[in-house]
Ligand binder design. Structure first.
Ligand code: EPS
Length: 395
């Protein structure tokens, strides 16, 4: 369940997604998907495009009277900018020869899919690659993520994210925070940087403004957290069933993401085992016993299986490759050295990617959850889940 694919070009008529199997009886509203789309559009550092777009979903199948039917769900988000690109991006043959009047894009941007894309697909115009490699596609993934979040919410899962680094400005990771978490994450939601530390957020904003003035771009680090996770999702039995690996693959597929770490992450390399592994405790309660930990350096996984602790993941986003002050490149037409194409671009898309990351995590967890507790309807899944919870409590 919850397999999906996306389609659509950045300046084509729309981006869309089809989710293949969703259990029946899940309550879905356009507004809940729109809320996530709006969150994704709000981050600081975006370029002119975000002033044009006003992302709203159209649900075209799989939902009746607000409830899922178990049939594929089609989600469409129109590209408002299509108005300005109808001829260049025409689906019909180019009778007016607009394309021949427009120059092909022939100078690849270092760091972008441009050069490997044209070589692989035998294109002379880089636009044929960049339209699909564009991060516009993440609007569709965010919409899918909203459906998956709604599913997971029924079982008490809560996915949060915040920006912990922009350029060299760093703020505390979740494990180092001693704030009240509710008010911390309220501040994150009210911050255009998605940073819960106001002073650091101001510095991040100044940094983005500086790189904008310099015609450059800047990346950062996002932390994604999941609370309320059941013990036992994923498996140690097969390499491709390890859930931390599945999450890594999905998160690494977000445009411009170049690395991931869980829990204490790369810091583990410099610590002895005794300072890394989370000691196990047991508490006898009225409802049965409970294993627990006082630390969470594992980030919620042992052996590729969720261990009942919150999931903690951090992903690094490289600076956007489209630069106002472009880098050295080579023209595909004449092979002469020159500077890369200048396109309208974002300076920093880290806060926006933080929302995309939440959605991508939701899609993988919804799938893992139904792999374990699967059924055709919400009722059947709920029964399976509750039976397992009873078993765990009585273990
Ligand atoms: C993108 C380039 C920019 C971004 C775009 C991703 O678009 P444009 O080329 O139209 O200025 O704004 O992101 C989105 C449209 C979006 O919805 O996130 C790129 O090259 O990846």
């Amino acid at each position: 369940m919850f397999d999906y694919f996306t389609a659509g070009e950045s300046h084509g008529p729309a981006v869309l997604a089809i989710i293949k199997d969703v259990p029946s009886g899940l309550s879905i509203r356009s507004e809940m998907i729109n809320k996530e789309l709006i969150r994704r559009q709000q981050g600081y550092g975006r370029g002119g495009r975000m002033e044009i777009e006003e992302d709203r979903v159209q649900i075209k199948s799989g939902v009746r009277h607000g409830l899922t039917l178990g049939s594929p769900i089609t989600l469409i988000i129109k590209n408002k900018d299509w108005q300005n690109w109808q001829e260049i991006m025409s689906i019909e043959p180019d009778k007016k020869k607009v394309q021949s009047q427009q120059k092909n894009m022939t100078i690849p941007r270092p760091g972008h899919a441009d050069l490997p894309g044209v070589l692989k697909y035998n294109f002379k115009d880089i636009r044929n690659v960049l339209e699909r490699s564009s991060a516009r596609e993440t609007a569709a993934r965010t919409a899918v993520g909203a459906v998956c979040k709604q599913f997971l919410k029924q079982f008490g899962y809560d996915i949060k994210s915040h920006v912990v680094q922009i350029g060299d400005v760093k703020t505390a990771n979740y494990s180092d925070l001693d704030n009240d978490m509710d008010s911390y994450f309220k501040r994150v939601e009210n911050s255009q940087l998605r940073c819960g530390d106001q002073k650091k957020g101001k510095k991040m904003r100044e940094l983005i403004d500086r790189w904008r003035t310099n015609g450059d771009s800047v990346g950062g680090v996002i932390e994604i957290l999941v609370f309320g996770v059941t013990v036992g999702l994923g498996s140690h039995v097969h390499w491709d069933e390890k859930l931390d690996a599945k999450l890594s693959r999905a998160l690494m597929s977000i445009q411009a993401i170049k690395g991931i770490e869980f829990g204490a992450g790369f810091k583990m390399a410099s610590l002895p085992g005794s300072k890394v592994h989370d000691k196990i405790y047991y508490q006898k309660e009225k409802t049965g016993g409970r294993f627990y930990r006082k630390t969470n350096r594992a980030g919620g996984f042992e052996g590729g299986i969720t261990n009942g602790q919150p999931l903690i993941m951090r992903i690094v986003m490289k600076p956007i490759p489209t630069l106002k002050n472009p880098l050295h490149s080579v023209d595909l037409d004449n092979k002469k050295e020159c500077f890369a194409s200048k396109e309208r671009a974002d300076v920093c898309a880290v806060p926006a990617a933080s929302i995309v990351g939440e959605g991508v995590v939701a899609s993988i967890l919804a799938k893992a959850f139904t792999d374990k507790f699967g059924g055709d309807s919400m009722k059947e899944i709920t029964n399976n889940y509750e039976g397992y919870q009873r078993y765990i409590q009585n273990y």
